[in-house]
Design a protein around this ligand. Structure first.
Ligand code: PMP
Length: 405
């Protein structure tokens, strides 16, 4: 009954993980998947998360179903983090927030909404390059994915003119997906001035913005500063959708906790959208999981736990910054030729967030994997969290070798 079914190709990022696991070399290094690692290369459960979990056990919570839209306490605090306590959209009751299966689930629910309620043929434009899964999520929801220019490879900065031109040339009422901060994979974000220009074009063209926030707290180390783009767009009076993930900033990868918010022109619209998205969720997976939602809700809802979380987050962000410097210094010391036009490796420390977009090409990446057991995505992106004081020299030597020979 199943007929002929071929084995699907491996996911480019998750497949790297599988290949890493199979690699028997003691020297192997995983710089592929974007998950935080300690100085010893180990996964980390944040101290504040452990504390809240203990509190949850002590309080003896039940394990009942929660509504399609999520845990009410979570739905309340999640938008405060992204949009800010004083957000006019929250104060005016015109923001609908629903809990989702992490950031990916939020993106998928948002795309389902677009597919169901926006005109047929609506295209979702993503930056080029972007997180690879964006394409699959958009297309799986029956939508078309388009690209707008994002990175200027010569300067390793945002190609703002190209971006504005492409967003301007997209048909009116398109969906424009924007990374809120710490763009994956480039680690390069628009400036404040750029964001203002982007908001202007989007407004002029009546596009719908779909923000993707997967790294709030990882870009500048300051949660409010990292949310600048979203808050600016709300202040500009734009209606929008925003996906939030708590995978990275809370280290809750496997708990699948995230949210989607709809900022609407009035409370009536927000209520209608909430009810429609509830129906979408009901048909997809009925209701979201409880555990991660409780952790985030309890932490964000308590001033003292909130400041503990900020410290934990700062610790992760700082370790990544230290590794950027260590990598740069190593490459400088060896005088390793840089693949960028300016001939330096400065971009490694200038880029922000969890990743560095090295500029290494496909063939060099392949050699790093095959000959040096260093795993990274084919676009030359490395997860900085996978670098630590014990492996940085090995990584530098390997990069030097593949660049020179
Ligand atoms: N968006 C971007 C840009 C990402 O990098 C990621 C994680 N790699 C996600 C969304 C979603 O991650 P998750 O579903 O684990 O929250």
């Amino acid at each position: 009954v199943f007929g002929e079914i071929e084995v699907a190709p491996r996911d480019p990022i998750l497949g790297l993980n599988a290949a890493f696991k199979e690699d028997k070399s003691p020297k192997k290094v995983n710089l592929g998947v974007g998950a935080y690692r300690t100085e010893d290369g180990k996964p980390l459960v944040l101290p504040v998360v452990r504390k809240v979990e203990q509190k949850m056990l002590d309080l003896g919570f039940d394990k009942e179903y929660i509504p399609q839209s999520g845990l009410p306490e979570f739905q309340k605090v999640s938008p405060l983090l992204l949009f800010g306590k004083d957000s006019p959209a929250i104060k005016e009751n015109r923001l609908a927030c629903l809990q989702t299966l992490s950031g990916t689930g939020a993106l998928r629910v948002g795309c389902e909404f677009v597919q169901k309620f926006l005109p047929k043929g609506t295209t979702v434009y993503v930056p080029n390059p972007t997180w690879g899964n964006h394409y699959s999520v958009i297309e799986s929801a029956g939508l078309k994915a388009g690209k707008y220019r994002y990175l200027n490879k010569d300067t390793m900065k945002v190609d703002i003119d190209g971006l504005l031109e492409d967003v301007n040339n997209a048909p009116d009422h398109s969906v424009i997906l924007l990374h809120v901060c710490a763009h994956n994979p480039t680690g390069v974000d628009p400036t404040k001035d750029d964001w203002k220009k982007i908001a202007e074009v989007i407004k002029k063209k009546n596009h719908l913005t779909f923000f993707d926030s997967a790294y709030q707290g990882f870009a500048s180390g300051d949660l409010d500063k990292d949310a600048f783009s979203v808050r600016l767009f709300v202040d500009q009076g734009l209606e929008l959708m925003a996906a939030q993930s708590y995978a990275k900033n809370f280290g809750l990868y496997g708990e699948r906790i995230g949210a989607i918010s709809f900022v609407c022109k009035d409370a009536k619209k927000a209520e209608a959208i909430l009810s429609q998205v509830n129906r979408i969720i009901r048909a997809m997976y009925s209701s979201p999981p409880l555990h991660g939602a409780r952790i985030v809700a309890l932490t964000l809802g308590d001033d003292s736990l909130l400041s503990e979380w900020k410290k934990d987050l700062e610790g992760m962000a700082n370790r990544i910054i230290e590794m950027r410097t260590a990598l740069l210094e190593g490459l400088q010391k060896k005088k390793t030729p840089s693949p960028t036009k300016d001939g330096t490796w400065k971009h490694v420390v200038e880029q922000i967030g969890m990743f560095s977009f090295t500029g290494l090409d496909n063939a060099q990446v392949k050699r790093l994997i095959d000959e040096h057991h260093i795993y990274l995505t084919s676009d030359g992106r490395i997860s900085m969290a996978g670098i630590n004081p014990s492996n940085v020299e090995y990584i530098v030597n390997a990069i030097d070798e593949v660049v020179r020979h």
